[in-house]
Design a protein around this ligand. Structure first.
Ligand code: ZN
Length: 338
């Protein structure tokens, strides 16, 4: 088979790779229905995070089970499944408490930008639908694997509930789906911070009530103006830079909550400033597995359509263009079809 391999900064190649096999009795191998490029893939693509060796890319996936190991009981060949970027047993004490992305036996799932993928801990990781879903639902189901699950966690970690006032920092795919999640959780007011017209439009479609185009100090002032001078109940930080994190801290009201899901790069917080800000801070790699059953149902019932974040769809062999388009911000998110 052929799949995407990253060699170094801006060097993604589509090349021959070995078809994954069952290596442990708890594994499954799935035939990928669709994969995509993640915003977090851009950190390595841009060379901000280095790759030591040629690395198979992709960690968002859904597809049909091809084969399972001898110990797998919950899923079987022919089923359509979605899983998270972290494989988890879903049985250890950490999983049981809902933090599957910190599972005591977690393993990274990688190499999904390919026709086939090995998924470890298949019983705990994969969630199957009762039927093979129709083609038009695939982008939305795929999004649950990471980007939508991460937006959902951001909103949940930020304690969004009925009537909340919410700020979303970041207008990438995760931020936009954070808007959708906040809407779904009953937020009354959702302020999206975005300077890009096409992304503002999608944010509004997903439920944003206000758009703030200013950043840094000016952005904070605008948020304060819109929130009786105190800041928002809930702030979703979906970028991972020092500026975006400070934007989040300074836009949250005393006693408010920040859900931060942008992978931090060079972020440091001042203890004294944090102390006097009176905010709750909760984030990390999203425990997508916790939310998969609920989100899958919402998609299958056509209550949410997170697949709208894919504004570029390419055959898998054009994967390099998929990265370029996202790097140059010509695309919000690229869908890849094997
Ligand atoms: Zn576990």
């Amino acid at each position: 088979m052929q799949g995407a391999v990253l060699y170094g900064p801006r060097d993604v190649r589509f090349e021959e790779r070995e078809i994954p096999k069952i290596m442990k009795p708890t594994d499954a191998v799935i035939r990928i229905s669709s994969a995509c490029v993640c915003g977090s893939d851009l950190w390595t693509y841009r060379g901000i995070q280095h790759v030591e060796q040629p690395t198979p890319m992709g960690h968002e996936y859904c597809g049909i089970i091809e084969e399972v190991g001898k110990a797998v009981k919950n899923v079987k060949p022919g089923q359509f499944v979605i899983g998270s970027f972290f494989a988890s047993d879903n049985t250890c004490p950490t999983c049981q408490i809902g933090y599957q992305s910190s599972c005591q036996h977690r393993e990274l799932v990688g190499g999904a930008q390919a026709p086939f993928l090995r998924v470890p801990l298949a019983d705990g990781t994969l969630v199957a639908t009762s039927d093979v879903p129709s083609e038009e639902l695939i982008p939305s189901l795929l999004s649950l694997s990471d980007v939508m699950g991460t937006g959902w966690f951001a909103a949940d970690a930020a304690n969004v509930k009925t009537g909340s006032t919410v700020v979303v920092v970041g207008d990438g795919a995760v931020g936009l789906l954070g808007v959708l999640s906040a809407k779904q959780m009953g937020a009354e007011r959702i302020i999206a911070m975005s300077r890009h017209v096409s992304r503002q439009k999608l944010a509004r479609e997903f439920g944003a009530t206000d758009i703030v185009t200013e950043r840094a100090e000016d952005g904070v002032s605008r948020i304060k103006e819109l929130t009786k001078g105190i800041g928002a109940d809930s702030v979703l930080e979906c970028v991972g830079t020092q500026e975006s994190m400070m934007q989040a801290v300074n836009s949250t009201r005393p006693g408010g909550f920040i859900g931060y899901v942008g992978v931090p790069h060079g972020v440091s917080l001042d203890g004294e400033q944090l102390f006097f800000s009176h905010v709750h801070l909760h984030g990390g790699p999203a425990p997508v597995r916790r939310y998969l059953p609920e989100m899958t149902k919402l998609v299958l019932d056509r209550k949410i359509n997170p697949g709208k974040v894919f504004d570029l769809s390419l055959p898998l062999d054009k994967v390099a263009e998929g990265y370029r388009a996202m790097d140059e911000r010509r695309a919000i998110k690229t869908l890849l079809r094997p």
